[in-house]
Design a protein around this ligand. Structure first.
Ligand code: SF4
Ligand code: ZN
Length: 317
């Protein structure tokens, strides 16, 4: 992909990458996740080490834990073996998410020659989720779906339905790219999972929650079955610059709570708050841990809970 001047500016501001081993997964997470029928499914997330994504979104920090150069052949199956050894017995009906901080259908990230070995290792899973930029989720997804025993789900970043902000995120995507990808995947029986940002840069702060909810609605209307709300994290260089210029204001726990509450009120699909590193949003020791625990419970139940009040910060959401 040809880099633009925006790509170069964003890349120039990046801090150094972490050292990443191509032959070991970055991490494995075993949890339970709500399903559209309000049941719970065991869900294993494998964070794969692989080639960096060719896109250069202003908010992205996933590149920090990627390889220099292409993913070597054989590395992804080897990482899956290591991850599955760590998990041990796979619970019946479990789903697996392969998150490679890039695009599963980019052959630089996942060599095509590794597909048979990957598919073989995914045989025990009822659902297999891979992540991909909407513009790269095409025929290859249909091919993978046909190879898998379980159901394929493609997780795609919608980020925001705010059209001008989306363009400025440098994701090289318009809203309809998400719609087009979903229109290809859904009729083929492939699930769509969407990522929506809370605190997307260039969205006015007073409208943060409103646009997060509108984005959830957009994804659900296009056929997404699961939508995850992700609070934007500063620290990638470009976001810190945008924070200084006032074009990015880091999201708050309050906004995450409000966005999840309003999304649950829609009573459609599965909407989840991303809990990874959510503790960093805690700004009051009096109520923060209980507010995080409430989000966790709402993720599992899909039901609204009463807000947490606090004598210390007087938060009453
Ligand atoms: S498409 Fe995804 S992985 Fe690639 S730069 Fe954008 S946010 Fe990061
Ligand atoms: Zn408080």
């Amino acid at each position: 992909m040809k880099s633009s001047s925006a790509d170069r500016r964003i890349r120039d501001l990046r801090p150094a990458k972490d050292a990443v081993d191509a032959w070991n997964p970055l991490g494995v997470l075993v949890e339970e996740e709500r399903t559209p029928d309000r049941g719970l499914q065991p869900s294993i997330t494998i964070f794969l080490a692989g080639a960096e994504c060719p896109f250069t979104c202003v908010f992205c920090d996933l590149w920090k834990q990627t390889l220099v150069g292409a993913t070597p052949e054989g590395a992804i199956p080897a990482q899956l073996d290591a991850a599955l050894r760590q998990v041990g017995t796979i619970p019946p009906g479990a789903g697996v998410k392969l998150y490679n901080a890039s695009n599963f259908f980019d052959p630089r990230a996942v060599p095509r020659s590794d597909l048979p070995a990957i598919v073989e290792r995914l045989a025990p899973f009822a659902r297999v989720t891979v992540e991909c930029h909407p513009r790269l989720a095409g025929e290859q997804a249909l091919e993978l779906a046909a190879l898998l025993d379980g159901r394929l789900e493609v997780a795609m970043g919608l980020e925001t339905a705010h059209p001008q902000a989306l363009l400025r995120l440098n994701k090289r995507m318009e809203l309809e790219d998400f719609g087009r990808a979903a229109a290809l995947l859904c009729p083929a029986g492939i699930g769509v999972r969407a990522f929506v940002l809370v605190g997307a840069p260039f969205v006015p702060t007073a409208e943060t929650v409103e646009w997060a909810v509108r984005s959830v609605e957009y994804a659900l209307e296009r056929g997404a079955e699961v939508v995850t709300l992700i609070p934007v994290r500063s620290g990638n260089g470009e976001l810190d610059r945008l924070e200084r210029s006032g074009e990015f204001v880091p999201p708050t726990l309050n906004q995450m709570e409000a966005a999840l509450e309003r999304a649950l009120e829609l009573d459609r699909g599965v909407v989840l708050a991303d809990m990874w590193d959510i503790e960093r949003l805690i700004d009051c020791p009096g109520c923060g841990p209980e507010r995080v625990a409430r989000l966790e419970r709402m993720n599992l139940s899909g039901r609204l809970e009463d807000p947490v009040g606090c004598p210390q910060c007087r938060v009453s959401i």
